[in-house]
Design a protein. Structure first.
Length: 398
């Protein structure tokens, strides 16, 4: 691990520990008798069984995709706070295809549904990209507006297409359009029987593969270099012959496609979730910001940070057993995630501390700061050299 990677790892671990400790303090303030038990449950429940581990991986899939969406924009000089709107639009597109495209065979319908989510999310993401590139509208402003537009627009579409009055939301997609598990449910299970099996499916494998692909694109391709160059300095990129406007639109489109696919995999995971017609933004997009920052905006790091956030939510969901309300659970988890956003500040502090220490050591070396024994030995050696030189000079004079 190089120095930069070590800095990133240390800063991520440190902010996580700080967030956990502050969450523990709040638990003690609320209910001292049950605080430690609830805190231990947060830290241990996700890994208490193979089934729970599988469920953590299942829940981590949309977090990884929205985290990649935020990180890709950040690496190219943009801030995609509109992942929740892209996630919502992509989710509806996938569900619409899965429910209405009955003329397609089941296996092909799954693929087309995911593709539709990517296209819809990419199109939604391209709007702030276009406004940024050609009208110099800051992407944060346009993304925030599009989050709400996307929410109300999908609510309208749901009410007029795939609405189920009994669920007050979308219909359930057919079971054969759910993502296959490829035997993962047999690996992550607690024994014989369907109820002992995890619901994990190939979504987590797709997320890992896409994260690796994004890493290769950003670090190993000319296209990725051009995207990052436009993010670092648009004028310099233009001077070098790079079409900066096109790359900004493409970058935001890719971000939207990633968030959209995350929505498709979330609602096609076979757990019975559906899109409700409510005036509330999808939380997965905002959680993706914390996932991206905790993973230091590195695609591989986001895999681990997404699993970690999912792990904390799995444990937090069991805190009600210790007398804590569901709202309080959300507060504690939100505080932990909130401190994850300070990871860059902590990294700069660690770099400054280590940099000062290295600078001090370098100054000591330059000043010849040595132990008294070594200094005495050096003085004796210099005296012997001087005496030998005088003896040789005297012999020459004779």
């Amino acid at each position: 691990m190089n120095k930069k990677g070590l800095m990133n790892f240390l800063s991520s671990v440190l902010v996580l520990i700080i967030g956990l400790l502050i969450g523990l303090v709040i638990l003690f303030i609320s209910n001292p008798n049950q605080a430690m038990g609830a805190f231990v449950r947060i830290l241990t429940f996700g890994a208490s069984s193979m089934r729970n581990i599988g469920d953590v991986l299942l829940s981590a899939t949309p977090y990884i995709f929205t985290g990649l969406s935020v990180a890709f924009a950040y690496r190219t000089g943009l801030f995609n706070i509109g992942a929740t709107g892209q996630f919502t639009v992509g989710s509806f597109s996938a569900l619409f295809v899965a429910i209405e495209f009955t003329f397609l065979p089941p296996s092909l319908r799954i693929f087309v549904a995911i593709l539709a989510a990517a296209l819809a999310g990419g199109l939604w993401g391209s709007i702030p990209g276009f406004l940024k590139a050609y009208r110099n509208v800051h992407e944060v402003i346009s993304c925030i507006m599009l989050n709400y537009i996307g929410m109300f627009f999908t609510n309208y579409l749901i009410m007029n297409t795939i609405f189920d009055a009994h669920l007050a939301g979308t219909q359930h997609p057919p079971s054969y359009t759910n993502l296959p598990n490829l035997g993962l449910n047999r690996i992550f299970n607690d024994g014989v029987g369907q109820f002992n099996e995890s619901r994990v499916n190939i979504g987590i494998l797709i997320a890992i593969g896409v994260a690796i692909l994004i890493h290769v694109i950003l670090e190993k391709t000319t296209f990725g270099y051009e995207l990052k160059a436009c993010g670092f300095n648009r004028d310099a990129a233009k001077y070098a012959g790079i079409n900066e406007n096109r790359n900004i639109v493409l970058s935001m489109s890719i971000c939207g496609a990633l968030a959209g696919v995350g929505g498709a995999l979330f609602y096609m995971n076979g757990t019975g979730v559906f899109m409700s017609v409510i005036d509330s933004l999808a939380p997965q997009g905002f959680i993706g910001i914390s996932v991206a920052f905790l993973g230091m905006n590195h695609p591989i790091g986001i895999i681990f940070s997404g699993v970690l956030i999912s792990y904390l939510y799995a444990g937090g969901s069991r805190m009600q057993m210790f007398g804590f309300s569901s709202e309080f659970v959300e507060i504690v988890i939100a505080i932990i995630i909130y401190f994850c956003a300070f990871v860059f500040l902590v990294r700069s502090w660690i770099e400054r501390v280590m940099g000062n220490r290295t600078h001090s050591q370098q100054n000591n070396e330059d000043l010849g700061a040595e132990s008294p024994e070594s200094q005495l030995s050096q003085l004796k050696e210099n005296a012997n050299l001087t005496e030998n030189a005088n003896t040789n000079d005297g012999g020459k004079e004779q």
